[in-house]
Design a protein around this ligand. Structure first.
Ligand code: ARG
Length: 471
């Protein structure tokens, strides 16, 4: 029996039942749904809409429903329509007629808004923890390879030498901001819409603030129409998820490049690589490629929800049911990518020799040379041009800086002496970049320490300890 069947003379067409049902995916919200119902039952009793004994019966029944679902003993069917009606049906089977009172002063519209908010809060915190694991892997690998030098690139061309640790810590920074974005999204999601009813607010004098406290929310929504019709907290979460994936895909791309024969900078652990069904010699970075590929799903999830919400008139519209599969897909995808990225990074073998060798190729210290000429009193533009000419000569003659004679160096500009040989060393180039945020070894050591101290600092929602945690 549908909760809304009273006004109807006929049953729903089977096809419509299946078309409108969301139970096969929104069943994932059962914990949040039950937590909301328990808080609502308390509020109903507190305002006298039901008796204390009735509230106790409802709460005990909801606890049993929760256990049944967790133990897998429950069969959801399409006639359940969604998780809200399914829980109501199961509750009725446990506690009988009193179950019919639970929906007093509440609509599925404020109920689903609450469930989604609690779910986003929970998953934002979980994903932040998984990001932290990747950050830890980056810091550990950076630490273990603190002296390793690689070529830094712009336009995929050798640019200037950098420490490998410095490069890895760039990803640490991106992921740190990702955690902050998630915390921010969770913070804004963490308000209770219960009491908004279908759209205009409930006529029962429920203590909305008490319900919010019970659920660990920081407060209540201010406008009932907004509360049931906005999903911007979902969009924000998905936007954060999409950005995480963009970051992961860039790291994944570098792992693909670095593990190629052309680079040879790293070798993936056997456990995190795959082979070819035809070519016996192959060791492929499929894991990194899949992470790179899955960014498309999550960006798609964001775009799907943005598009669903665009132009929807206030307040609730069934279109909004379409927010769930996108949200769930994004959660699952981001979680699985983070979970595999951390150990893949942690176990990769770093080929310091290949990186160091590459770092010295491609005249990567040419900028240092120009800076040296500047110190000899030559304007930077002229110095740039002189070094450019020297590089051109080397390219033509197939030489590196190392192969130039002192006389050749001296053609660069008046005043050039032997100290130039020190200047063009890769290690000297690193040392010279001693600004905060630069790649000088001392700076990178400090950055590593700072990064390590930041590990484990989680999303800090500031929730009341011991509050109802919907999972
Ligand atoms: N299953 C719906 C959703 O996910 C929530 C129920 C509200 N349904 C309704 N007809 N008012 O959005």
């Amino acid at each position: 029996m549908k909760p809304w069947a009273g006004r109807f003379e006929k049953g729903t067409a089977r096809q419509v039942e299946e078309f409108t049902a969301s139970i096969h995916f929104d069943r994932r919200l059962y914990r949040e749904d039950i937590a909301g119902s328990i808080a609502h039952a308390c509020a109903l009793a507190a305002c006298g809409a039901i008796s204390g004994a009735e509230a106790d019966a409802l709460i005990a029944g909801l606890g049993e429903v929760l256990q049944d679902i967790e133990s897998g003993a429950v069969d959801f069917s399409a006639s359940d329509e969604d998780i809200h009606t399914a829980v109501e049906r199961m509750l009725a089977a446990k506690v009988g007629d009193v179950a019919k009172k639970l929906h007093t002063g509440r609509s599925r519209n404020d109920q689903v808004a609450l469930d989604m908010r609690l779910y986003v809060r929970k998953e934002a915190e979980r994903l932040a923890g998984l990001i932290d694991d990747v950050r830890r892997a980056l810091v550990d690998v950076a630490d273990a390879n603190a002296g390793v030098v690689m070529p830094g690139y712009t336009h995929m061309q050798h640019a200037q030498p950098v420490l490998f640790a410095h490069h890895l810590l760039a990803y640490f920074e991106m992921l740190t901001r990702d955690m902050e974005r998630l915390a921010d999204a969770a913070r804004r999601a963490n308000v209770s819409p219960l009491g908004s009813g279908a759209l205009a607010g409930t006529a029962h004098p429920v203590d909305r603030a008490a319900v919010a406290r019970e659920l660990g929310c920081s407060g209540v929504t201010r406008n009932s129409i907004d509360a049931v019709s906005d999903r911007d907290f979902v969009m924000e979460f998905l936007a954060s998820a999409a950005i995480i994936m963009v970051h992961l895909s860039r790291l994944a791309e570098e792992i693909v490049l670095w593990s190629s024969q052309e680079f040879g900078f790293i070798e993936l652990d056997d456990a995190f690589a795959t082979g070819s069904s035809m070519m016996p010699q192959k060791k492929n970075p499929d894991v990194a490629e899949l992470i790179r590929g899955k960014v498309g799903r999550v960006v798609g999830d964001l775009v799907a929800v943005l598009t669903v919400m665009k132009g929807l008139p206030l307040a609730y519209n069934r279109d909004m049911q379409e927010d769930k599969e996108s949200l769930f897909d994004a959660v699952d995808t981001v979680a699985s990518c983070l979970e595999v990225m951390a150990p893949m990074v942690r176990t990769m073998k770093v080929n310091a020799g290949a990186m160091r060798e590459a770092a010295g190729r491609g005249f990567t210290t040419a900028t240092d040379l120009a800076d040296y000429l500047v110190r000899k009193g030559i304007p930077f533009r002229e110095a740039h041009a002189a070094v450019g000419r020297l590089v051109l000569k080397c390219v033509r003659e197939g030489k590196s800086f190392d192969e130039l004679t002192l006389d050749e160096w001296k053609t660069l500009a008046p005043g050039v002496s032997e100290d130039v040989l020190e200047i063009v060393r890769v290690e000297a180039s690193l040392e010279a970049r001693a600004v905060r945020g630069g790649t000088a070894p001392a700076q990178v050591r400090a950055a590593l320490e700072e990064a390590r101290a930041m590990l484990g600092r989680r999303t800090m929602l500031g929730r009341r300890a011991g509050s109802m945690d919907a999972g």
